[in-house]
Design a protein around this ligand. Structure first.
Ligand code: 5AD
Ligand code: SF4
Length: 430
C-alpha cells in the first residue's frame, strides 16, 4: 500500500488544510506513513507568516532532496502560503528541481489531479488563480473529539507587518447554511468541540450581524458540545457577538483576541485600527458578560522603532489583562509588507532580550493565575490519554491533566484542580 507523509508548518488553519489533503489521499487509497523516510509521497504544507517557519521548510527540503536521490519515484509536493509569496515558487522550481508539485493555497482541492500529473512524471506549478472557497471533502480529521471548520479565507486588514493578505488573498466567506450543515453533521457524528477558523471571524459575510447569527445557529443542536472560534480582530469584535457567547453554554467561554502591542504609537504603525483604550474596553465588555472568560492573545516584540518604553507598555498591558495564554513573537521582516520598508528596524539581540523578558513576565502572571484555580471545579472535555494521565480543556480553554483512562476520552467530566505546577493545572474527577 502506498504511503504519504504531510509535514505541517504554522497555524491551525494549516493543520486543518493538511487534514483536507489527507482526506484526498485516503480517498485515493493511500495511507499515512509514520515518517518522511517511510513515505511514497511527501508533502510540505508551508507557512510564511514568520521567518522561522520558512527557514524550517528550507532546512527540511535539504533532507528530502537526499531521500529523493535514494528513491527516484518519491513524489514531493509543496503547498500552503509559502509558494504564494512573490518569487518563491519560481525560486523553488530553480533551486529544488526535485519538487514535483508546487501549489498555492487556492487550489488544494485540485491536488488529486496534480498528483496524477506528477505520477506521469510531469512537473506541476499552479499558484494564485482563483480566490474561491471550494471545500475539499472528505476531510481526514486528526481527532475524533475536536474538529476544525473553515468559515472564511483570506484577509483584508493589511496589518503593516503581515504577509497573509498578500499570500492568502482577499477575505471571502463560506455560505452560512453550508457551515451550519457541516457543524451539525460533526455534532451528530459525536464531535464534542468544533473550532471555527478564519483570519478574522468577526467579519464573516462582511461583518455584523452575521457572525453572532452564526454562533446562535450553531448552539441549538442536541447534546453537550462546545463551539470555539479564532481569530477575532479586536476592532471588529462587537457586543452582539459577546451577547451570543454569553447566551449559550454550547459557546465556549473563551476568546483569542490578539493585541500585538501595548503601545498606541506602535499599534498605529501596525495599522491595527484600535488603541489600547479601545482594546481594554473590549476586554471589560467580555468580562462584564462572561466573568470567567479565558482570554488569549498574540503579542509581538521588536516592531520597527519599538522603544524600551513601548515595550514596557506591552508588559503593563499583559499585567492588566492577565491572559490565560499568550503567544509571543519576535517581529520578522516580510518582503512586500509596509513595515519591511520602515526605518528603525530593531536588531535581533535586542528583540531576543525583549521576548525573553516578556515570556518571563507572562510565566509569572500565568503561575499566579494557575495557583488561584486550586480548589475550582471545571467542566473539562477530555481529548487524550497517554496511558497514565488524561488531558483536557475547560470551556475557558485552561489545560488540565487528571488521572483517568481511555474511556474518558471524548467525554465531559467535572475536574477539581488540586495542584498547579509551572502554569499547569492538575486535578481529579469529582
Ligand atoms: N513577524 C512576527 N510575527 C508576526 N505575526 C504575523 N506577522 C508577523 C511578523 N511579520 C504574528 C501575529 C499574528 C500571528 C498569527 O503571527 O502576532 O497574530
Ligand atoms: Fe495578518 Fe492582520 Fe490579517 Fe491577522 S488581521 S491575518 S495579522 S493582516
Amino acid at each position: 500500500m502506498k504511503k504519504f507523509f504531510i509535514n505541517t508548518y504554522g497555524c491551525q488553519m494549516n493543520v486543518h488544510e493538511s487534514e483536507k489533503l489527507a482526506g484526498i489521499l485516503y480517498n485515493r487509497g493511500y495511507v499515512a506513513a509514520k515518517s518522511n523516510e517511510d513515505a511514497d509521497i511527501i508533502i510540505l504544507n508551508t507557512c510564511c507568516i514568520r521567518e522561522t517557519a520558512e527557514t524550517r521548510v528550507l532546512g527540511n527540503l535539504g533532507m528530502i532532496k537526499k531521500l529523493k536521490e535514494k528513491k527516484p519515484d518519491l513524489i514531493v509536493g509543496i503547498c500552503g502560503c509559502m509558494p504564494q509569496k512573490e518569487g518563491t515558487a519560481e525560486y523553488l522550481r530553480r533551486r529544488c528541481p526535485f519538487i514535483d508539485i508546487i501549489i498555492g493555497t487556492h487550489n488544494m482541492h485540485l491536488f488529486s489531479q496534480y498528483l496524477d500529473e506528477a505520477l506521469a512524471k510531469r512537473k506541476v506549478l499552479d499558484i494564485w488563480d482563483s480566490e474561491g472557497t471550494i471545500e475539499c471533502s472528505p476531510i481526514r480529521r486528526n481527532s475524533s473529539v475536536s474538529a476544525f471548520v473553515n468559515i472564511m479565507y483570506g484577509c483584508d486588514n493589511f496589518c503593516s507587518y503581515c504577509i497573509v493578505p498578500y499570500v492568502r488573498g482577499r477575505e471571502r466567506s463560506r455560505n452560512f447554511d453550508e457551515v451550519v450543515a457541516e457543524v451539525r453533521a460533526l455534532v451528530e457524528s459525536g464531535y464534542k468541540e468544533i473550532t471555527l477558523l478564519g483570519q478574522n471571524v468577526n467579519s464573516f459575510m462582511g461583518g455584523k450581524p452575521y457572525f453572532s447569527k452564526l454562533l446562535r445557529a450553531l448552539s441549538v443542536f442536541d447534546g453537550e458540545y462546545r463551539i470555539k472560534f479564532m481569530t477575532s480582530h479586536p476592532k471588529d469584535l462587537s457586543e452582539d457577538v459577546v451577547e451570543a457567547m454569553a447566551s449559550s453554554d454550547k459557546l465556549a467561554d473563551y476568546i483569542h483576541l490578539p493585541v500585538q502591542s501595548g503601545s498606541d504609537r506602535i499599534l498605529k504603525l501596525m495599522n491595527r485600527k484600535y488603541t489600547v483604550k479601545d482594546y481594554l474596553s473590549k476586554i471589560d465588555l467580555l468580562r462584564s458578560y462572561i466573568p470567567s472568560i479565558g482570554i488569549s492573545s498574540d503579542l509581538m516584540v521588536g516592531f520597527p522603532t519599538e522603544t524600551e518604553e513601548d515595550y514596557m507598555c506591552s508588559e503593563r498591558l499583559i499585567e492588566r489583562v492577565k491572559y490565560n495564554n499568550l503567544f509571543t513573537f519576535i517581529y520578522s521582516r516580510r518582503s512586500g509588507t509596509v513595515a519591511d520598508k520602515m526605518d528603525g528596524q530593531i536588531d535581533l539581540a535586542e528583540k531576543t532580550k525583549r521576548i525573553e523578558r516578556l515570556i518571563a513576565k507572562q510565566f509569572e502572571i500565568g503561575n499566579t493565575l494557575a495557583q488561584s484555580y486550586i480548589g475550582t471545579t471545571f467542566r473539562v472535555l477530555c481529548d487524550s490519554f497517554d496511558g497514565k494521565t488524561c488531558f483536557g480543556k475547560s470551556s475557558c480553554d485552561k489545560s488540565i491533566s487528571f488521572p483517568g483512562d481511555q474511556s474518558n476520552v471524548g467525554q465531559f467530566v467535572n475536574v477539581k484542580v488540586t495542584m498547579a505546577k509551572n502554569n499547569k493545572l492538575i486535578g481529579e474527577i469529582v
